[in-house]
Design a protein around this ligand. Structure first.
Ligand SMILES: Nc1ncnc2c1ncn2[C@@H]1O[C@H](COP(=O)(O)OP(=O)(O)OP(=O)(O)O)[C@@H](O)[C@H]1O
Ligand SMILES: [Mg+2]
Length: 331
């Protein structure tokens, strides 16, 4: 099978370690198609408004947010078929440097439809093509070749069929062996396996942490307790538990902080979690404290909630909200 290819994006370098200290891994990327229609009903043709295409998927979105906020991250992703080609071109247009692992299957497409008469949003998320053993192994080899020593490896998003549940756990081990910090945003068995291996940072949403611990986290005390427990048992050095409109909790060995969201007009929360993570890791990579990273992360998540459909945050909004959160904290 063919070897992974690098696309340096803005042309700064061809290898991860030299591009920047952040590598993101997306084994199940998706071409995100978003559009709108007046009302979603069965049995009729639903005439849609203008559509847009975005190169989505957890890790790639993290890299796109890092770039939007003025940083640089190398995005390692699989790509296959015509959708995979379109995906590559979209990332190239955004000047995100990439390492592409070719696959035989077709890169999946997700569809988001905004219902204009009600403001409801419908999201159809496809499972993705099955990966052959040598394809996911090529991804792991590409991670080993590009892991930035002293930097961050962000493993984010769902695993497509064929990929073993310990895929992120293996990445966590590789990162540690190369002196990099592993960041994981996953759910279910992939999350559990990564935590059993031990990671630097994990970013579950409330729903994901509830599924992991098998309990409802409906009070602040329960949320803090569940996040702190993962730090105490060595699963993660930092746990950023995101709570949607209720903000986020950050648990580390030095304690727990909670941050509420700044007041924003919410339009679409697609990509909010990825934006949270992108800003968090970028600020850490810039040498900022976990508390400062948390402010930037909540600001970026909420800034993405302000933008329509799959659109990610804008830098000016993030910096304004980050400043607002700092002012509020100082009071
Ligand atoms: N309704 C909202 N209003 C303001 N900010 C929001 C809203 N929803 C999300 N955010 C911001 O985005 C961050 C991440 O959101 P959330 O907890 O929903 O994670 P997620 O990863 O997008 O969720 P999931 O993976 O379960 O879909 C929040 O911490 C917050 O900063
Ligand atoms: Mg999420």
């Amino acid at each position: 099978m063919s070897r992974p290819t690098t696309d340096p994006g803005s042309g700064s370098a061809t290898r991860a370690g030299r591009v920047g200290p952040i590598l993101t891994v997306t084994v199940n990327p998706a071409l995100d198609l978003s559009t709108s229609t007046e009302q979603v009903v069965s049995g009729h043709k639903l005439r849609c408004g203008p559509s847009r295409l975005d190169p989505g998927g957890g890790g790639v979105n993290v890299a796109r947010v890092v770039r939007r906020l003025g940083g640089s991250a190398l995005a390692l992703h699989t790509a296959g078929g015509a959708a995979g080609e379109a995906y590559r071109r979209l990332l190239e247009a955004e000047r995100v440097p990439t390492v592409v692992v070719p696959i035989r299957g077709e890169t999946r497409e997700n569809v988001t439809v905004d219902e204009t008469s009600t403001g409801r949003q419908f999201r159809f998320v496809l499972q993705g093509p099955e990966l052959a053993t040598e394809e996911w192994q090529s991804c792991l080899e590409a991670v080993t070749e590009t892991v930035p020593a002293g930097g961050f490896v962000v493993a984010s998003g769902s695993l497509p069929p064929g990929v073993p549940e310990d895929f992120y756990a293996r990445i966590a081990r590789t990162a540690r062996e190369h002196g990099a910090r592993c960041v994981v945003d996953a759910s279910g068995p992939a999350l559990a396996a990564a935590l059993a291996e031990g990671v630097f940072l994990v970013k579950p949403s409330r729903r994901e942490l509830e599924a992991h611990v098998g309990a409802t986290l409906d009070s602040e005390a329960r949320q803090v307790e569940a996040a702190a427990a993962l730090v105490a048992d060595g699963s993660a050095e930092h746990v950023a538990l995101t709570l949607g409109e209720a903000g986020a909790v950050l648990a580390s060995r030095s304690g727990v902080e909670r941050l509420a969201v700044p007041p924003v007009r919410v339009v679409s929360t697609v990509g909010a979690g990825d934006s949270f993570l992108g800003a968090f890791v970028l600020r850490l990579s810039q040498g900022r404290s976990p508390a400062a990273a948390l402010r930037a992360a909540v600001a970026a998540g909420s800034a993405t909630a302000m933008t329509p459909a799959t659109e990610l945050c804008h830098r000016a909004d993030v910096e304004r909200l980050e400043h607002e959160l700092l002012e509020t904290a100082g009071r």
